[in-house]
Ligand binder design. Sequence first.
Ligand code: ATP
Ligand code: MG
Length: 432
Amino acid sequence: MELIKAQRGTQDMLPSQAGKWQAVESVMRSEAEISGFREIRTPVFEDTRLFQRSVGETTDVVQKEMYTFEDKGGRSITLKPEGTAGAVRAYLEHGLFNEPMPVKVYYITPCYRYERAQAGRLREFHQFGVEMFGSALPVADAGLIAFAHSLFERLCVKNLTLKINSIGCPSCRKQYAEALKAYFTQNKDRLCETCLSRLDRNPMRILDCKSPECAEVAKDAPHILDYLCDDCRSHFEEVKDLLDSIGIEYEVDPTIVRGLDYYTRTVFEFVSNDLGAQSTVCGGGRYDGLVEEMGGAKTPALGFALGIERLLLVMEAQKVQFPEEEPCELYIASIGNAARKKAFQLVQRLRECAVEAACDEMDRSLNAQMKYAGKIGAKFTLVLGDDELASGKGVIKNMKTGEKKDIDLNDNFEEQFAAISSEAEDFGDLKF
Ligand code: ATP
Ligand code: MG
């Protein structure tokens, strides 16, 4: 029979990869909590209009990449292409604005985009994201960037360039849009279909087009930084000054506009020098107009999202040492049914004390059991046969040193084993 394969652009996370995912996720969670973010989980699917309204009608995500379908009740449903829209919806729906400001949330979520699948570009991928509502101050922008920066440090990721830009507010963008429109109109014949349609509606989107021809034209386009109003300019200066004051290096890159419509003022990206084309690991910025646009009160806000698959690609390319998975503490081998029963009972008692233990579940010979114990990396072994059952005594063997210690099988087995294993504890190289 034909085997059904996973869908293009999706990946299985196999047990051999689980340790890496769990390690990075646990660093993300602990760093987020240290910075005052609390977890939020929102549904994988939402009303399609949520993304049209927030991400923006003229973005690549909405125009080309959404997984949209009609459900059995005739509603238009979309699988979340990003995490901010759902977080803002939940913030408004549940009145989180009544909590002390700023309200800070984080999430780890799958996202869905119908894209051309390639390394670092998937149709189902995962984001770690944070959102912060209520603060208009540059300390919030700089704090968010510093948070992402320290997260990468904690994960031992090197060789990233932080690029920042300001894309202003609706008032300074109006003039800029005019200048862009004039420039792109002059170069109309070199733009792709989609960008031609953006010319009137949202010329800034052309700067983010992935088509090589459009990117070439965009190179000489006017820069937003030359059009910032006084307020936006001084906000940007303050953000840079705060970053300087804590020694975070950055490049001002006036070509960064980000792929989603809701951004205002500060935008930033962390770009890896170890990845090919898909090199942006993390992107974010301020979105002061979004909450109001979604039906809430005027609320300054900002956030970022980090692609976990891309992060792991960078970490693998840099050969970052992941914490090793905990191996089996004790494998209890047995000869015969009575001994297997005893091994079973002892294993259950160890597991109740949260000690990873195992016994034969395959009816293997003693020889094969010991080979198996080696394969799973058991730190200690114990062999039970008729003699051990009769005497109630066994021998714990340290598989690394070969050292042997007697153990009483019927009296405080767990405590005796705990003493033996903690005595042998060695603390290997410290990892992240
Ligand atoms: P790109 O320019 O690479 O298309 P983007 O601007 O669409 O990225 P965002 O919407 O800002 O990306 O998403 C934030 C992060 O999520 C990206 O920096 C990236 O790490 C990750 N990401 C986005 N799309 C994908 C995808 N299709 N596959 C894997 N990771 C992705
Ligand atoms: Mg994209």
